[in-house]
Design a protein around this ligand. Structure first.
Ligand code: FDA
Length: 395
């Protein structure tokens, strides 16, 4: 494996979800596989994911749930590695799981079960894993030469599986991007995604007054919309719907909130007015909205009269605020808080069947290092499994 010794078939840089899946898949096929991980242990993002229970896949697995410059890229790998394949592997290891909501599957006990399973599968397949290894320069003759703190390793195939830039304190690095660029593969600028958004003074002042409140909402940006809860924080907005929309948000775009999705506030208020209601703004709104939100909206937008005396245009104006509130993010909370990275090695330079670089035989890119970003809800791990499997099957 080291220079001068038997050459492994494949070196995988990065012992995360995608790297381990590629390793065990190639190992099962009888290939000699070496995983190089610079952290003290493998699978650290798996361990912290899903609140420690790892949302490992989603039963509603569709290409539409992923972003990539090549929209069709994920189809081939997803069609060959389905959620049931991962579930079957978990069943073999007797790992119990449950569905939480929206098809999201979590471990019953601990995300560590998944890491143990992947490690057991790697062991059974004869995969060698080295941790605490610093990986340096990569060169290519008819094989790949990889310089590391543990010596030079040589292999006929190299898999880039170092993930994205999210959570630097867990060892995220741009290694895969650098090596991809070195071999002429384009890299789409990596940006934080599934990340809380922050706002300028005007919006922030209002958002802050509601810190801690979580409400069901429909959040949209351009043509993309998600309906789930939104969490107001001291810094801005978070919660599932907001994290989802952050993957589509670009600087300069507004984020629209419908704080009463699926209902018609103008109709509700109109009926209340007709009944001669003596309620004032907050009292009226609190019939449909949480008290704190009702209070805050009333202070900003309600006339100082009982509802029976509101003009129709007052009702329309309040309904417009509730259903079409425009907020203007100034940025995100960055890679330190982002669950994933959007952008990465351009999928148009990769084979969608094998994850191999079209113009660099033997070089593969899997998982989050590639420009594939899934929705919140188990999609990003599933991409790691499916792309790792695709590469492992074809090396
Ligand atoms: P991943 O980041 O898992 O692995 C990369 C590996 O490469 C790491 O072990 C890293 O140390 C190593 N590495 C990096 N640079 C290196 C270098 N230069 N040399 C050697 N090794 C190097 N997704 C989901 O579907 N369900 C969920 O519940 C969650 N939850 C979640 C919570 C939090 C807090 C975060 C940050 C992320 C999630 N995710 C998630 C996203 C998910 O964790 C992510 O998409 C996958 O881990 C990506 O798998 P990869 O193997 O591509 O990268």
């Amino acid at each position: 494996m080291q220079a001068g010794r038997a050459t492994p078939d494949v070196i995988i840089v990065g012992g995360g979800a995608a790297g381990l899946m590629a390793a065990l898949t190639a190992g099962r096929r009888g290939l000699d596989v070496l995983v190089l991980e610079h952290g003290p242990e493998v699978g650290r993002k798996i361990l912290i994911s899903g609140g420690g229970r790892c949302n490992f896949t989603n039963t509603d697995m569709r290409a539409e749930c992923f972003y990539s410059a090549n929209r069709h890229f994920v189809k081939s790998a997803l069609s060959r590695y389905r959620p049931e394949h991962f579930i079957q592997m978990m069943a073999r290891h007797q790992i119990p799981w449950h569905e939480k909501k929206l098809g999201q599957l979590f471990c019953d006990h601990s995300a560590r079960d998944i890491v143990h399973m992947l490690l057991a599968e790697c062991r059974a397949a004869g995969v060698r894993i080295m941790t605490d290894v610093r990986v340096g320069a990569v060169t290519r003759s008819d094989v790949f030469n990889v310089q590391t703190s543990a010596g030079v390793f040589v292999a006929r195939a190299l898999v880039l599986a170092t993930g994205g830039l999210s959570i630097p304190k867990l060892g995220a690095s741009g290694f895969s991007y650098d090596v991809a660029r070195q071999f002429g593969l384009p890299v789409i600028t990596p940006e934080p995604a599934l990340v809380p958004l922050v706002f300028g003074q005007a919006d922030e002042a209002w958002v802050k007054t509601l810190a801690g409140l979580s409400v069901p909402a429909r959040v949209s940006c351009g043509k993309v919309a998600f309906e789930e809860s939104v969490l107001f924080t001291h810094r801005g907005l978070s919660g599932p719907a907001l994290l989802q929309i952050s993957s589509s948000w670009r600087a300069g775009l507004a984020v629209m909130l419908d704080l009463l999705p699926g209902q018609d506030l103008a109709e509700h208020l109109g009926r209340l007015k007709k009944s001669g209601s003596k309620a004032r703004g907050a009292g009226a709104l609190a019939r449909w909205l949480p008290q704190r939100l009702a209070q805050s909206l009333a202070e900003l937008y309600a006339p100082q009269r009982v509802l029976a005396e509101w003009a129709d245009r007052d009702i329309r104006a309040m309904a417009a605020q509730v259903h079409h509130m425009a907020l203007h993010p100034t940025g995100t909370e960055g890679f330190a808080k982002a669950e994933v990275t959007r952008g990465g090695v351009d999928t148009r330079a990769l084979s969608s069947r094998t994850m191999e670089a079209r113009d660099v035989p033997g070089l593969y890119v899997v998982g989050e290092a590639a420009d594939v970003t899934g929705w919140l809800g188990g999609y990003n791990f599933h991409w790691a499994w499916a792309s790792g499997f695709a590469a492992g099957e074809s090396i």
